[in-house]
Write a protein that binds this ligand. Structure first.
Ligand code: R5P
Length: 298
C-alpha cells in the first residue's frame, strides 16, 4: 500500500501512513496566477494499491479539483487500485432536490470520482451517506462519534447528556450516549431554504437542569445551529454546555458566536484543519484501511 497525502490533508495523510508503517508518495502542488491548480506526484505508483487522502473543506472547489487530478494521474501512471479517503466530503448537504430544478451536487461529485476510476472510498460522518450506495465503488462511512465521546468521558462531566441540535443528529447522540452514560435528547430544527435562517424548538422535555450537556453535530459551518442549541440548553438550566463536532468548518465568526452563547469548549476532529482540532480520526481511518487490506489478502 502507498499513501498519498493530498495537499489538503498532508498532516492527516502522514499520520495514517505512520500508524500503518506504509510508504508515502508526496504531492507537489501550486496555484497559477489565474487560480488554476497544478499537482505532480514525487514518485512512481505503477502496480501499487494507492490510498489518496484529501479532505474537501473550503476552498472546496480547489480541493476537489486537486483530488480529481490526483486520481486521474495515479490511474494513468498504472496504479493497481485507487482508494480515496475523503474525511470531509464537500457538497454532501445538497443530497436531494429541495427546490424544483436545482442540482443534486453530491451526486455530480461522486459521478466524477466514479468515472475517473475510483475503486474504493472512505469518508467520515458524511452528512447523508445513503447516496454512496448509488455508485459502483465500494464505500465506507466511518463514525468519529466514539472518539469524540471518549474525549468527554475523560472530563468527568456532571450527569452528562448527549444532545442533538436536530433530528438528523439523533443517531450520533445515541451512539455517544453509549459511552457517556445513556442519556440523550434532541431539538427540532427547521431551516429556511432561501434565507438559510434556522428555527429550533423543544419537541419533548429533556432533563438537562444542573447537568452537563454535550451537543454533537457532524458539521459546524456558520455556527448558527450550535449557538442556538447552546443558548436554549443554558436557558433550560444546563450546568455546562460543550460542543462536539466532527467537521468544524467554523466559517467567519462561528467560533466566537458559539462561545458567546455560553459554550465551555468546542471539540473537533482533524478531518480538516481548525483551531479546535482536539481528537484525531487517523487511527480510525488506519484501522479501516488495514481491515480492507487483510480482507483483500484472504
Ligand atoms: C445540518 O443538518 C448539519 O448537520 C449541521 O447542523 C449544519 O450544517 C450546521 O450549519 P451551521 O453551523 O451553519 O448552522
Amino acid at each position: 500500500m502507498l499513501i498519498i497525502p493530498g495537499p489538503a490533508s498532508k498532516n492527516l495523510g502522514e499520520k495514517i501512513a505512520e500508524i500503518l508503517h506504509q510508504p508515502i508518495v508526496n504531492v507537489e502542488s501550486k496555484i497559477f496566477p489565474d487560480g488554476e491548480c497544478y499537482v505532480r506526484l514525487t514518485g512512481d505508483v505503477k502496480g501499487e494499491r494507492v490510498v489518496i487522502v484529501q479532505s474537501t473543506y473550503p476552498p472546496q472547489n480547489l480541493h476537489l479539483v486537486q483530488l480529481f487530478l490526483m486520481v486521474d494521474t495515479v490511474k494513468k501512471l498504472g496504479a493497481k487500485e485507487v482508494f480515496t479517503v475523503i474525511p470531509y466530503m464537500a457538497y454532501a448537504r445538497q443530497d436531494k432536490v429541495f427546490r424544483l430544478y436545482e442540482a443534486v451536487s453530491i451526486e455530480t461529485i461522486l459521478k466524477i470520482l466514479e468515472s475517473l476510476g475510483v475503486e474504493k472510498l472512505i469518508t467520515v460522518n458524511m452528512h447523508e451517506p445513503k447516496v454512496l450506495q448509488k455508485f459502483r465503488f465500494k464505500s465506507l462511512n466511518l463514525s468519529a462519534v466514539n472518539v469524540l465521546a471518549e474525549f468527554f468521558l475523560k472530563l468527568n462531566l456532571e450527569k452528562p447528556v448527549a444532545f442533538a441540535p436536530d433530528e438528523k443528529a439523533v443517531k450520533m447522540v445515541k451512539e455517544a450516549s453509549q459511552i457517556l452514560g445513556g442519556t440523550y435528547g434532541w431539538f427540532k430544527k427547521e431551516r429556511d431554504r432561501i434565507t438559510g435562517e434556522i428555527s429550533m424548538r423543544v419537541e419533548k422535555k429533556f432533563k438537562v437542569e444542573g447537568r452537563d450537556v454535550v451537543i454533537f453535530d457532524d458539521i459546524i459551518s456558520t455556527g448558527g445551529t450550535t449557538a442556538t442549541a447552546v443558548k436554549m440548553l443554558k436557558d433550560m438550566g444546563a450546568r455546562k454546555v460543550f460542543s462536539a463536532c466532527v467537521h468544524p468548518l467554523l466559517i467567519g465568526n462561528a467560533y466566537q458566536r458559539i462561545l458567546e452563547n455560553g459554550a465551555e469548549q468546542i471539540v473537533g476532529t482533524d478531518t480538516l484543519p481548525s483551531n479546535v482540532e482536539t481528537v484525531s480520526v487517523a487511527p480510525l481511518i488506519a484501522k479501516a484501511l488495514q481491515e480492507n487490506d487483510s480482507s483483500e489478502k484472504r
